[in-house]
Design a protein around this ligand. Structure first.
Ligand code: GDP
Ligand code: IMO
Ligand code: MG
Length: 427
């Protein structure tokens, strides 16, 4: 049975939650390997709609073991809020496991995220304000707090003290905020210890043992390739590894064990927050994509910036991640356009780029070069086989496949679990 990575091939919100949830029917484990509650995955099951932030999407399927891997940063307050909200709707969350090496987001890092954004002024990133960046910075700076620290009070106190030595100067003297109290932070974190303890596991051992037994594991990414801290549009990125390599480092499963790398991309493209976006639309077409596609953030409710499909981004994602499959979502949103523009290359100050320009300055100057594909007007939300799609919708998908350097394995035609056309089964 395979190990399958499901990740974002654009700037996020491609429909990774739905793709992971669909694999829930056949997988044994779903592991979230990066990010935290900056993610927002909407999953529609029958009449029920779930918005998941921190919990892996596999939590909605009975029998699946959801794991929060070592690469994740955990806001413990949010963790238990999300668990309680699901339990109150009848979802069994008792199988949830958490890596002892995952980091926590202490409350002072939520404050740091918000005040540092304010200080950046016009250069701000547009973060979700959840404390993600400061918590990953602490991890790299070796002053982070890990889940395992909750079970040793004196170690925990030392670590909180260590983290606050410099941070309290920043909070009080630079940002004009109250300094955080070592006692209060330690007490708050300790108050979660008893509830977290039974969930703690060695994520790497569990997953490798499961693969040895021939079981199936889905690795679910938060965020996306273009938001990856190494490969995205830095500094307008998140602070974790959202790409395929992150699945290995964020879970403790070696890259040689990963069988399929599935990139999820919309039939157009969106972005939340600041940063360059070559195919962004500022006209009625952009507004129409936003309205028809309900493009408002699951986490912050911000309107998403909308644009036409960018094949340069898709080719880049195929290369960076070594994609074996592409899942195209939201094809239904494009119904009714006479011609659909697709960006095939960029014009950067008069020079044509077929691949991602090597510098951010060039990317900021990139103007899309479009090809135009004939549209269709038929409602496609009830279509379940590729051959039943209008011929122009088939051609659109075949064209995306040709210019994206990756086989398109399935096509989404609506938010429901069933509203998917399978061309090549993922498992
Ligand atoms: P994620 O963060 O990648 O999981 O994506 P989000 O949940 O933030 O955003 C994707 C949105 O599109 C959700 O509201 C989904 O219910 C919805 N969605 C997913 N696939 C399709 C599709 O094929 N068609 C339509 N119309 N909506 C979809
Ligand atoms: P899912 O998993 C879209 C964006 C933020 C901001 C930047 C940094 O639902 O696809 P952060 O709070 O992570 O430091 O913010 O990244 N961002 C997302 N955009 N989808 C997401 O997650 C995102 N998570 C973070 O808007 O521009
Ligand atoms: Mg999302």
């Amino acid at each position: 049975m395979p190990a399958i990575v499901v990740l974002g091939a654009q700037w996020g919100d491609e429909g990774k939650g739905k793709a992971t949830d669909q694999l829930g029917a056949v997988t044994d484990y779903v592991v979230k390997f990066n990010g935290g509650n900056n993610a927002g995955h909407t999953v529609v099951v029958g009449d029920e709609k779930y918005a998941l932030h921190l919990l892996p999407s596999g939590i909605l399927t009975p029998g699946v073991t959801p794991i929060i891997g070592n690469g994740v940063v955990i806001d413990l307050e949010v963790l238990f809020q999300e668990i309680e909200a699901l339990e109150s709707r009848g979802v069994d969350t008792s199988r949830l496991r958490i890596s002892a090496s995952a980091h926590v987001i202490p409350s002072y890092n939520r404050t740091m995220d918000k005040v540092s954004e304010r200080f950046l002024g016009s250069r701000q990133i547009g973060t979700t304000g959840r404390g993600i960046g400061p918590s990953y910075a602490d991890k790299m700076n070796r002053v982070g707090i890990r889940i395992q620290d909750l079970f040793d009070e004196s170690i925990l106190r030392q670590k909180v003290e260590g983290a606050l030595v410099v941070k309290n100067h920043l909070l009080a003297k630079i940002y004009n905020r109250a300094a955080a109290s070592v006692d209060a932070v330690t007490e708050e974190l300790l108050s979660y210890a008893d509830r977290v303890r039974p969930m703690v596991t060695d994520c790497s051992l569990d997953l490798n043992n499961a693969l040895d037994r021939g079981e199936m594991v889905v690795f679910e990414a938060g965020q996306a390739t273009m938001l990856d801290v190494d490969h995205g549009t830095y500094p307008f990125v998140t602070s974790s590894s959202c790409t395929a390599g992150g699945a290995a480092t964020g879970s403790g499963v070696g890259p040689t064990r990963l069988d399929r790398i599935v990139g999820v991309a919309k039939a157009y493209i969106t972005r939340v927050g600041e940063g360059p976006f070559p195919t962004e639309l500022f006209d009625d077409d952009g507004e129409r994509l936003r309205q028809v596609g309900h493009e408002y953030g699951t986490t912050t409710g911000r309107p998403r910036r909308c644009g036409w499909y960018d094949a340069v981004v898709s080719r880049y994602s195929a290369r960076i991640n070594g994609l074996t499959d592409l899942v195209i979502t939201k094809l239904d949103v494009l119904t009714g356009w006479e011609k659909i523009p697709v960006c095939v290359a960029y014009d950067v100050d008069g020079e044509r780029f077929d691949e991602m320009p090597p510098s951010q300055t060039q990317f900021h100057h990139a103007k899309p070069i479009y090809e135009y594909v004939d549209g269709w007007s038929e409602d496609i939300t009830g279509v379940r086989t590729f051959e039943d799609l209008p011929i122009n919708a088939q051609r659109y998908i075949e064209y995306l496949e040709e210019i994206s350097d990756c086989r398109i394995s399935s096509v989404g035609v609506g938010p429901d679990r069933e509203a998917t056309i399978i061309r090549t089964p993922l498992a």
